[in-house]
Structure formats: C-alpha cells, structure tokens
Ligand binder design. Sequence first.
Ligand code: 3BY
Ligand code: FES
Ligand code: FE
Length: 424
Amino acid sequence: MDRDFTAGFDHPMNDPRRVMAEMLQSRRQNFSLPQAFYNDASMFKLDIEEIFEKEWIFAGMTCEIPTRGSYITVEVGSNSVIVMRDNTGAVQGFHNVCRHRGSRLCSKAKGKVAKLVCPYHQWTYELDGRLLYAGNNMGNTFDPSDYSLKPVQVKTGGGFILICLAEEPPAVDDLIFTLGEYLEPYDMENVKVAAESTLVEQANWKLVVENNRECYHCNGAHPELLNSLQEFDDTEDPRATPEYKALVARKQAEWSAQNIPWQLRRFGQRSRLTRTPLLEGTVAMTMDGKPACTKLMGRIQNPDMGSLRIFHLPNSWNHFMGDHAVVFRVLPLGPQHTVVTTKWLVHKDAVEGVDYDLAHMRRVWDATNDQDRRLVEENQLGINSKAYQPGPYSETYEYGVIDFLQWYSEQMLSNLGYGQDHLR
Ligand code: 3BY
Ligand code: FES
Ligand code: FE
C-alpha cells in the first residue's frame, strides 16, 4: 500500500501500528526482518508496548530476594518494577512509582527495606503496597487506602520470577507448573547468586535473542563454550547424529534412574525446557569441563546432569548443570541498546574459595557473552547500512531463530489487534 509521508506521521496511513502490521503480514517467511525492526524508534516503542508490556517477562530468581523486604527492580521500557518479598514470604510486584507525585521509590537495582519509603516526601508503604503514612498535611478527606502502590502481576515457579505489566496477562500457569517440576532437584529456595555480570550491548534486543537461538555461529566464535557444549540445541535438532542420539538415550536412562526430569517440553514457540548432555567427559560449562563447585545443587548426587536448558521468550535463556546454573535476562534499553544480565547460581552453603573458584566458574560464559556481544553489535552495524536486505535463515541450523520470529510476529500482530481473529 502506498503511504503518503507528506501527510505527516499522525496521518492514519502512516500510523506506526498499521505500518508494522503490514510489514509483518508481508514479510518473507524464514528471512530476517526488514531494517526498521532493528533500528527504528517507533518500531522499538511498539516492541515495548506490545511485547514487553503485554507478555510474561523473566525478571529474576526468587533466591535474589531471600528475606522479607528484599527486592530487585526491573526496568521494562520506561516502567520500573519492584519485585519484593512481602511479610508473608510471598513475592509481590509493584510499579516503582509513588502515588503522591510519582517519584521512583527505589533507585537501586536491589536492596532490603523494612517499609518502602519515598525519598521525596517520605510517604511510606507496607511491603504489600498499602500506603501506611502520608504525613499530617493531606487534609481530612484524604484516605490512604485510595493510594496503594499499583500492582504488577507476578508468578513464580522453580525459582523463576515472571512478571507481566498487562492488566489481563496471557495464560502461563502450565509453564509455571513445569518450571516447579523441572527445578525440584535444585531446591531453588536454597541457592544463591555467586556472581553477576551486566553487559550493555549496542544492538536491538531481537538481534541478541536471535543470536542466542542458533549455534550456527558457535564454531567460529565460541572456543571456550565448545569445550563442553554440544552443537545440538535440543533432542529434536534435525542435525542430531546417531552417536549423539545414543549418548542422549544413555544419559536419559541415567537421569531417569535418579528421578531427574529431562523430557523435552514446549509451550508453543514461547518457552521450552529440555535436558541435554554436554560433551562426553564434561559435566559443566567450564574450561576443563569439570564441576565449578564441589557442593552440588539441591538433592543432586551426581554432577553429570548435562544441562537443563530453559528458554523463555521474549527475554531469557538458562543452563542448569549439576553443580551450578547460569541464568540470563535480556532487557531492551533502546532501538540499538540492550542489557544482558547473567547470574551464576550455586548451593546456598557453598563457600567461595573453598567449594568454588569464581574465576573458574565464570570464565566460559564471560568469554562467550563477550563474543556474542561483538557478534550482535557487528550484526547491528551491518543492518544499519543501506545495503542491508533481509537474508535467509538455514532451516537446519537456524530453526530456533525462525521460531523466535514467528512467535514475535504472531504475538505482535495479535497484540496490535491484527491477529487471526482480526484479519481485515
Ligand atoms: O545458550 C546457549 O547454549 C547457546 C550459546 C550459543 C548458542 N546458544 C544456543
Ligand atoms: Fe513520593 Fe511525594 S512523590 S512522597
Ligand atoms: Fe553465541
């Protein structure tokens, strides 16, 4: 359809929602997206409004807020969210916005408080969001119960905290239940964060996710990771060799004998859990493939757990081994700016320098993250060129990317009001 840009951006023909929907409806399947999806400010705004403010987002792990009053803040576009352990031990979510004049309540990424006190005029909130105190200056008709913090939906399963900023969030209970089931061996209330890294990458968030959803680049990019990682993404990988399938069958029998879940579980294209073996002779993603931590997680007896690989769109992938886990969170900062937070988890009682050496534990994923950062930044720079045009994905090596973009495209169209039911 011809657009008349001389009519101005608020002309209905040029409405970014409509432009995006038309571009998705006419996009070439199994090809990368048109340039604007990766660098345009109005497209980015729609990614925030229609994906990050409507879908279930990975916020963090319950072990990060172990006690009453401990919290993390999560920045979702221009929304800051407080995820907090309340007085009953439940995890609650609130908009980090004071009900007086809107100041942020918590300016740090994490902390612990007895009450939430606004730094501006000291309005004070209970850990469940109720306004307790607003001074004596608000007049006789002021009713504090009208000014509780605005809630954000939160669900937890297997130590994962998911949040949703929509008033009516999509269904996610089947995933939450399965996370609980698959993480049971890890006793996720008794783990701790041993290390954390924050990388700001100069690339659109979709390039960060696309890069993670394929290992086509692994041979050329990740020597450290390939000391332990199999190139196959899951047990349905079309490239899987007979040797790999035999190894998988052997390991699955061992895991079953220990009552360790491994079955491939998919929740549409949005989320997937599966346990897959690491390279023979290795049990952890370390340089030598040996455990990074001698104290194993939860009830695990044998470190040879392969990796429980969990991805959740739009913003997380994770590896749970026998001795430690590595969890990843992606949050968009701008059209060409993304923050990737990585956390290494170990048994709560493991002692640094005794049970684990942090440098040994971190080396592989610090190196891999940095390699991936460079790859996606180069990808972004090339896409910004006038020479860029969408290119074809390999169906055998990049099916994960194809699936991601199909999910993105379907959610976006549906959330924009152009879904199956709304086709014009
Ligand atoms: O998260 C992973 O296991 C890897 C890193 C590189 C490709 N991706 C599938
Ligand atoms: Fe929070 Fe005034 S803005 S107390
Ligand atoms: Fe990579």
